[in-house]
Write a protein that binds this ligand. Structure first.
Ligand code: HEM
Length: 500
């Protein structure tokens, strides 16, 4: 039997891989023409990929219609793709939906590695996400945390220990930070001619964030059969186009509104002012996309992380107590600021363990091999796509003890530098590593720490089992319902509430 397997393997290498002495990657068996598509019909391929890695190892290939996708499931092989072999795997393979929604890769995160990418990455780091920019935006983050605390105290004072929808409060405040970074101020409503009138902040959030995240996971079967691109698929294409046009109309309205402030001489510390005055080589559409990118990226993944962290802390009272003890011994009732985060190792461990177990970006948007290369000792021919299964890397039993368990203590062991943002694969790695990791850490840690300092948290009844996820990022399927019990009365607290 083993001999037959060896002969078959030899033949596969001979025919698939003529120029390389390296073997071809193991293949997950599938059906003719459609390959493994039926096995992936749920919109959570990262779970199936991780299951397959137990049988086929950390690297294997699948067939998605006409494409061969090499799937990577361990930190070592993922890092090899992101760092060592990056120059051969640096282009993006976008679905039809993502091509429309990213307006043909006109975003930092979706662009290929080229001069455009280098330029716009410089812009986003200098104005929004780099250390100095984040220091300039401190007031927005602090106002956000103060507003959340105020709303939660109001809730606790008026409802007598009833559960609160954590997401509803948090997402609205996070969106405020996103708008302030992009436009210098929050927005209550805006007139959008194309939509026939003035739309509310709630609608702006839906059109700029929620609808886009839903549209991004729409699957057009033609993605898997490029030779059938000519076949019309109007329903899906129109849906995505509508999402894109509504986004474009709202962004345009916000930009026009902002130009009126500029004309009146009002100065605001924000990204749009920089892009309009300095980024001369960019078109209006490109400026709109770059601004929108900071809004959607700020409003989504940090919400995912903070919501899951509050879920885990509410479930594990002992861990919540440990965090509270740390906050009391180091901070008493003082405000948590970015300068003091490095003194709070357990808070950092809560953040990283949540990123590990609930990887907000479970799979890196597909990359494309534009030349022959190798990964994990296997030959990878040009034309293959590469899927980096971050969820799989962060749940790898060979790297993490009891990966299913949420155990912040694992990050307190001496081998981790407390301020290293890349302890897990959650933020990716190499040249395309997350540009917003610092912002995500500052917002999530300040929020989680302050909320545990001020309230004792427990899960609402039945919430324990609500662990299902949905979406492109791993959103909790059902918004978190938790009971916040104030540790002290709101009058005694050192909070500086700034309403919108
Ligand atoms: C917990 C929160 C976050 C997680 C887990 C996360 C995860 C990731 C991952 C995995 C990548 C790499 C994609 C790749 O290799 O192709 C990435 C890229 C990126 N992220 Fe994040 N992200 C988070 C928050 C943010 C925030 C708040 C922003 C900005 C407001 C942001 C902006 C970006 C940008 C611009 C890139 C592209 C970098 C490049 O291509 O050079 N991220 N993120």
């Amino acid at each position: 039997m083993a001999a037959i397997q060896d002969i078959l393997r030899g033949l596969t290498i001979l025919f698939n891989n003529k120029d390389s002495k390296l073997p071809s990657v193991p293949e997950v068996p599938g059906l003719p023409v459609i390959g493994n598509l039926l096995q992936l019909k749920e919109k959570k391929p990262f779970i199936k990929f991780t299951e397959w890695s137990e049988q086929y190892g950390p690297i294997y290939s699948i067939k998605a219609g006409a494409s061969t996708v090499v799937v990577l499931n361990s930190t070592n092989v993922a890092k090899e793709a992101m760092v060592t072999r990056y120059s051969s795997i640096s282009t993006r393979k976008l679905s039809k939906a993502l091509s429309i929604l990213s307006q043909d890769k006109n975003m930092v995160a979706m662009s290929d590695h080229n001069d455009f990418h280098k330029m716009v990455k410089r812009y986003i780091l200098a104005n929004v996400l780099g250390t100095e920019a984040q220091i300039r935006h401190t007031c927005h983050r602090e106002a956000m945390v103060d507003n959340i605390v105020r709303k939660l105290h109001e809730h606790a004072n008026t409802t007598n220990n009833q559960a609160v929808n954590f997401r509803k409060i948090f997402v609205s405040e996070l969106f405020g930070v996103a708008l302030k970074q992009a436009f210098g101020k929050d927005v209550e409503s805006v007139y959008v001619k194309e939509l026939g009138g003035t739309i509310s902040r709630q609608d702006i959030l839906k059109i700029l964030v929620t609808d886009l995240m839903e549209g991004a996971i729409e699957i057009d079967w033609r993605d898997f059969f490029p030779y059938l691109q000519w076949v019309p698929n109007d329903k899906i294409e129109n849906k995505i186009l509508q999402i894109h046009l509504r986004r474009k109309a709202v962004m345009n309205a916000l930009i026009q509104e902002h130009k009126k402030h500029i004309a009146s001489g009002e100065e605001l510390n924000c990204y749009i002012d920089y892009l309009l005055s300095e980024a001369k080589s960019l078109s209006e559409d490109q400026i709109s996309m770059l601004l929108w990118e900071t809004i959607i990226e700020t409003s989504d993944t940090t919400l995912v992380t903070t919501e899951w962290a509050m879920y885990e802390l509410s479930k594990h009272q002992d861990k919540q107590d440990q965090l509270y003890q740390e906050l009391q011994s180091i901070h008493a009732n003082k405000k948590i600021t970015w300068e003091t985060l490095s003194q709070l190792p357990y808070l950092g461990a809560v953040f990283h363990e949540t990123l590990r177990k609930h990887s907000p970006v479970p799979i890196v948007p597909l990359r494309h091999c534009h030349e022959d290369t190798q990964l994990g000792g296997y030959h990878i021919p040009a034309g293959n796509e590469v899927a980096i299964n971050i969820y799989g890397c962060n749940m790898d039993k060979n790297q993490w003890e009891n990966p299913e368990e949420w155990m912040p203590e694992r990050f307190l062991k001496g081998k981790y530098d407390p301020m290293d943002l890349f302890k897990t694969m959650a933020f990716g790695g190499g040249k395309r590593a997350c540009a917003g990791a610092l912002q995500a850490m500052l917002i999530a840690c300040a929020t989680i720490g302050t909320l545990v300092q001020q309230f004792q948290w427990s899960l609402a009844e039945g919430e324990d089992d609500n662990v299902d996820t949905t979406g492109l990022t791993t959103h909790k399927l059902h918004p978190l319902l938790v009971i916040p019990k104030p540790r002290t009365s709101s009058e005694g607290l050192n909070i500086n509430c700034q309403k919108r």
